[in-house]
Ligand binder design. Sequence first.
Ligand SMILES: N[C@@H](CCC(=O)N[C@@H](CS)C(=O)NCC(=O)O)C(=O)O
Length: 228
Amino acid sequence: MILLYDLVFQDDRRPSPYCWRTKFALAHKGLKWTEEPTGFTEKHKIAFAGSQTVPVITDGEKSVKDSWAIALHLDRAHPGNPLFESETARVHGRFVANWVDTSVQGTLFPLIVGDLYDRVRPADHDYFRESRGKRLGTADFQGFQAKAREKGVAAFRAVLEPARRLLKEQLFLAGAQPGYPDYALAGAFMWSRIASPLTLLETDDPVHAWRERMLDLFGGMGRRAKAA
Ligand SMILES: N[C@@H](CCC(=O)N[C@@H](CS)C(=O)NCC(=O)O)C(=O)O
C-alpha cells in the first residue's frame, strides 16, 4: 500500500500543488493510496525520508520524496499505465513541471498568499508568517495580495498563453489523453481553488474548459476536494 504525506490546512483542506501532482499521477496509474495529513510544523512525520517538504510517499519498504522523483518511481515500480511512455514524454513532462514551478506558481503565489495564510492551521501560522514573510519582505499578506491583484491576474493569464494555444488545438497538454504535463498545471489550479476564492480565468478561456476536464478526471477527484 502507498502512503502519501499530504500538506494539511484548516478544516482538512489539502492545497499543496506538488501533492496534487502526485495524487493525479497515482490515479492515472490506477494505484490506491492512503494519506497522512502533514502540517507545515509536522516535519517530524517526514524526517524518516530526509525531507523538509511534501509530497513524500512510502511504497512498501521504499520511501520517496519530491513529486518528480515520485512520478519516476511510480513508473519504475508499477509499470502499468505509464506516466511516461517514452523519453520524449518524460522530457515534455519535466519541461512543463519546471514551467509550472517557476512561471505559473511564481505568478500565482502573490495573488493568493493572503488567502493561504488565512487557511493555514493555527498551529502553523507563525511558521508561515516567518518563512513566507522572509520570502516576500513583508508579513502583511493581505496587503501584499491586494496590491498584487491590481495587475497580477492579467499577468497570470498571460503566463498561461503557451498552454492556451495548445489547448485550442487539443484536449490536454499531453495530447488527446491527460498526462503528467496536465497534472503539473492542474496542481497549480488545485492550490488556488482550495486556498482562495479568487477567479483566475474567464469562462471563455480554453484553459477554463481544460480545467473543468481536469476537475472531472478520476471520478471528479479534484472537484470533490474541499474548495475555498
Ligand atoms: N520540489 C518539491 C517541492 C515540494 C514543496 O515545496 N512542497 C511544499 C508544499 S506545496 C512544502 O512541503 N513546503 C514545506 C515548507 O514550506 O516548509 C516537489 O516537487 O515535491
